[in-house]
Design a protein around this ligand. Structure first.
Ligand SMILES: [Zn+2]
Length: 289
């Protein structure tokens, strides 16, 4: 099973203080993450990079590279920083992309005050097209009051998805709470996906597990309705947003919202196809030899 949205390093955005300090120590993080993955049956994850970008680390993935030395099954997502758009920076980004180590780009919309249609993202969108990389964009609710919601509305994704049909875009968090808008954008465009990460907080998960909760049931129904409304189950990816939430509890909760016949795609095959996560089978090895 694939979790298409976790954080393997501190994103270094506003209000990250609640995330575990283990995120700053790759070896320790690998231990914690491994336990969570084993408990929840997750074998592969897409881990988001940090927004703390430097010339030496133009996509914020150095911490993740270290993490992946300690734990198998980590796929790297590089951060597209709209504050850095010089041609020399984009050249450094391209050097990293050429290594093939990065499986997708990420835009922290709202946390950084730039909409996806901002000119400063164009260079990154072109690189995503050139290297056939999906572009994951934060959409909807933010964990920080200093982030700006206007830049996170899913309608903005329709705008760029229409203008750049050669790039696949992922709306992280399914545009919450604008689920119906996000669903309509998936329904209309062939190049838009959504992940189900971060739709419930840890507090909400434990409330739901203690006793039925009217508000949270209505919330879940709204998400399920939008999922159906899109008419494209193949465009949805499982994601947790760990370590914001415990992996197993979140996975078990979300599994109840997705029709059983869609589980294979939702929990793995859709992500495998989108991010091109093909395993080398023993047969492939024989062929190469
Ligand atoms: Zn996240």
């Amino acid at each position: 099973m694939i979790d298409s949205h976790i954080h393997g390093v501190n994103p270094q955005l506003q209000d990250d203080r609640n995330l575990g300090s283990f995120l700053n120590n790759p070896r320790q993080c690998a231990e914690v993450l491994k336990t969570e993955m084993l408990r929840s049956g997750i074998t592969e994850v897409l881990a988001m990079g940090t927004a703390k970008i430097s010339d030496q680390d133009p996509l914020g993935i150095h911490g993740l590279l270290e993490l992946s030395e300690h734990l198998a099954g980590i796929h790297l997502v590089g951060v597209a920083d709209p504050r850095r758009i010089t041609s020399s920076h984009l050249e450094r980004v391209e050097v990293v992309l050429k290594t093939g180590k990065v499986k997708a780009l990420k835009a922290y919309l709202g946390y950084l005050p730039y909409g996806p249609d901002h000119l400063n993202y164009i260079g990154y969108i072109h690189l995503a097209a050139k290297y056939h990389l999906p572009f994951i964009m934060h959409t909807g609710r933010t964990s920080s009051s200093r982030a700006k919601l206007a830049y996170t509305h899913p309608t903005m994704i329709d705008d760029i998805a229409t203008d750049f049909p050669m790039v696949n875009f992922v709306m992280a968090h399914f545009g919450q709470p604008w689920f119906d808008t996000a669903a309509e954008i998936i329904r209309k465009n062939t190049n838009v996906w959504a992940d189900f990460s971060g739709l419930f907080s840890t507090r909400e998960l434990s409330l739901m597990n203690k006793a039925p909760d009217d508000f949270l049931e209505t919330w879940a129904k709204r998400i399920e309705f939008a999922y159906q409304m899109s008419e494209k189950p193949e465009k949805f990816l499982y994601g947790s947003n760990w370590p914001h939430i415990p992996m197993k509890l979140y996975k078990d909760t979300i599994a109840q919202m997705i029709p059983t016949e869609h589980h294979k795609g939702f929990f793995g095959e859709n992500a495998r196809a989108l991010f091109k996560l093909f395993k080398t089978s023993p047969l492939d090895k024989t062929l190469q030899d």
